[in-house]
Design a protein around this ligand. Structure first.
Ligand SMILES: Cc1ncc(COP(=O)(O)O)c(C=O)c1O
Length: 438
């Protein structure tokens, strides 16, 4: 180890010197299939020279100017988002340097909105039991991710937590609609016990990211949540940092249900991993109220960085020109079919789940009673390490009650052959680790 230890907690990772399409290459030239697209980020794939060129052009023209100043790249990004991506009800944009900052901004906007409209008693925010929204104290606190809060618990602000739907371990005998009600009824009861008129906003991922491993809620859940938020005057913040921009086979994850958010949060796929960028998009009602009240929506120094906006414009152009949302949907169908074929009766895999190109398997010690492996066995880490040794990068997921989850979220351009290789390697990695433990 050198004088300066980096990563902060050292690990043994290969040095990646090049990336192209769905592959990373280490310093020996060894290819690694990027089955997770990094942290489920690289939607358009690696090595798109035109994105790098657009970033370089932007940097040559205006290296930096404070975020509220328009630049051609910022204006082009806003136009493209409005014309091609965002639903009509979202009319205001704020850009950050990533998902955490964007969620933190969204939480603040919900609070500011309630103050602006005279609901000054609405000072609380609600999160969910299995979730991830970021690394700051507030976003970590509202996340249902015990693993990422360790050592901080005593200093974290308290947020009300309602259950994340988790159909695999839900009570038996409820059809999809009743199951949706089951979770929303609990949410209502917890919010009413807290005092519904003290709640400013509710934040959730439409389909969970790595915290729960692509958990898809029952059909009736989201429309009922939307109705509950409307009834109780609560701002609905949808965290689409992982699910946005085609990942689940539609532009945004929430579009699998007939709902719209008051605030939508984006990151990762917005600039496809080429640049750090997050976005917060609000309804006019929210934006206009905050504006009228004269509240500041303070920028982050590197929010809407000109080169990052240029990257996003180019990435979103590629998405449209190559119809990559449709590609993600089709490749997703193929991926799920192959994962199902490999794991549907696997004795140690409880379920394959997800939508589009966001998928996960949950590994258990018994498929019959869904018992988990002991935490000390670090099954997820072992499987991810085994995959990497075999030349495929998977993303470790799970936390708390969702113990061992392996996430898959490849570039949308992944081929059928590469998906076959991914699934075969995942199966071999799971089997090897289980055999080794036995
Ligand atoms: C759903 C979700 N929200 C927020 C974040 C945090 O984003 P970032 O790591 O860009 O700060 C992540 C990152 O994994 C995420 O998956």
């Amino acid at each position: 180890m050198g004088r300066l230890s980096w990563p902060f907690v050292p690990g043994s990772f290969p040095i990646i010197t090049r990336a192209e399409g769905a592959y990373l290459y280490d310093d020996t030239g060894r290819p690694i299939l990027d089955a997770a697209g990094g942290a489920v980020v690289t939607n358009v794939g690696h090595g798109r020279a035109r994105v790098a060129e657009a970033m370089a052009r932007a940097a040559k023209q205006v290296s930096y100017v404070v975020p509220p100043f328009p630049t051609p790249e910022r204006l082009a990004l806003v136009d493209r988002l409005a014309n091609d991506w965002l639903p009509e009800n979202l009319t205001r944009a704020h850009f950050t340097s990533g998902g955490t900052e964007a969620n933190e901004a969204a939480m603040k906007l919900a609070l500011q909105f309630q103050q602006a409209v005279g609901e000054s008693q609405r000072t609380k925010l609600v999160g969910r039991s299995i979730s991830y929204h970021g690394t700051t104290l507030a976003t970590a606190a509202i996340s249902g991710h015990p693993l990422r809060r360790r050592g901080l618990e005593s200093a974290l602000p308290q947020y009300l937590e309602v259950p994340t739907p988790y159909p695999l371990r839900a009570p038996e005998g409820l059809n999809s609609d009743l199951l949706g009600s089951f979770y929303v009824d609990q949410m209502r009861a917890l919010i009413e016990a807290e005092g519904a008129d003290t709640i400013a906003g509710f934040i959730a991922e439409p389909i969970t990211g790595s915290s729960g491993g692509a958990i898809v809620p029952p059909e009736g859940y989201w429309p009922k949540v939307r109705a509950l938020c409307d009834e109780l005057g609560i701002i609905l913040i949808l965290d689409e940092v992982m699910t946005g921009f085609g990942r689940t086979g539609l532009d945004f994850g929430y579009q699998h249900w007939p709902i719209q958010p008051d605030i939508l949060v984006a990151g990762k796929g917005l600039a496809g991993g080429y640049a750090p960028l997050g976005g917060v998009f609000t309804s006019e009602r929210v934006g206009a109220a905050i504006e009228s009240a004269g509240y500041q929506v303070m920028f982050n120094t590197f929010g809407a960085h000109p080169s990052a906006c240029a990257a996003a414009v180019e990435v979103l152009s590629i998405m449209t020109e190559e119809s990559l949302v449709k590609t993600a949907s089709d490749a997703g169908d193929y991926l799920h079919a192959q994962l199902q074929a490999a794991f549907c009766d696997h004795p140690y895999v409880a379920e394959v789940r997800g939508r589009g190109l966001l998928a996960a398997i949950e590994v258990v010690s018994s498929r019959v009673d869904l018992a988990c492996f002991d935490t000390e066995r670090s099954v997820t880490s072992q499987i991810v390490a085994e995959g990497l040794a075999r030349g495929v990068f998977f993303y470790a997921g799970g936390t708390g009650q969702v113990r061992d989850v392996i996430c898959v979220g490849p570039p949308f351009t992944i081929s059928r052959d590469q998906i076959d290789h991914l699934v075969a390697t995942l199966k071999a990695s799971v089997d090897t680790v289980i055999e080794r433990m036995a």
